[in-house]
Ligand binder design. Structure first.
Ligand SMILES: [Zn+2]
Ligand SMILES: [Zn+2]
Length: 152
C-alpha cells in the first residue's frame, strides 16, 4: 500500500480515537454532575432524555438562573414541563441578526427581549441584561424581580 495513504489513514484513526475519548469524557462529566446533583446549565443538555434525568433541585436551579417563575409549582412533572419549554425556547431562539430592532434587547442589542421587569412591567431587555439591572431603564423604577417571558 502507498506509504502516504497509510500515514493519512493512521492519522485519521488517531483523530477518531481522540475524538471518542473526548466524547466519553464529556459524557462522564455530565453523568458525574448528575450523580453529584451539582449545578447543571441548559447548554450542557443535548437531548430531552437528559432533561428527564435531572433532579427536582436541578430543575429548580435551572428555572431560577433563567428567571423562570415557578412559584406554585410543586410536582416534579410541572417543573419538568417548564424546563422543557425553556430548553425548546432557547434552542429555537432566532439569531439576533434575523430580529427586527423592536424585538432586540435595548441594552446589548444582541439577543431577543425575553423578560419582563417587575413591578413596572416594562419589557426592554434579555434575561442576561435584565438580571443586572437595579432600576428600569425606561421608568427608573426599582427592579424587584425579572421574569422570563415565553411566546405562545
Ligand atoms: Zn441583552
Ligand atoms: Zn419600567
Amino acid at each position: 500500500m502507498d506509504i502516504f495513504l497509510l500515514k493519512s489513514l493512521n492519522k485519521k484513526a488517531v483523530l477518531l480515537k481522540n475524538f471518542k475519548k473526548l466524547l466519553s469524557k464529556l459524557r462522564n462529566t455530565f453523568v458525574r454532575r448528575l450523580l453529584a446533583d451539582g449545578p447543571i446549565t441548559l447548554s450542557q443538555i443535548q437531548t430531552e432524555s437528559q432533561l428527564f434525568q435531572l433532579s427536582v433541585r436541578q430543575l429548580r436551579e435551572i428555572l431560577t438562573t433563567n428567571r423562570v417563575d415557578y412559584r406554585g409549582l410543586i410536582e416534579k412533572s410541572e417543573l419538568f414541563e417548564k424546563v422543557v419549554r425553556l430548553w425548546n425556547e432557547i434552542r429555537s431562539a432566532k439569531g439576533a441578526d434575523n430580529l427586527p430592532d423592536e424585538e432586540l434587547c435595548k441594552i446589548c442589542m444582541n439577543a431577543p427581549v425575553n423578560c419582563v421587569i417587575l413591578e413596572c412591567g416594562h419589557m426592554v431587555s434579555c434575561v442576561e441584561c435584565g438580571r443586572q439591572l437595579a432600576e428600569c431603564p425606561i421608568c427608573r423604577q426599582f427592579v424587584v424581580r425579572v421574569v422570563r417571558t415565553f411566546k405562545a
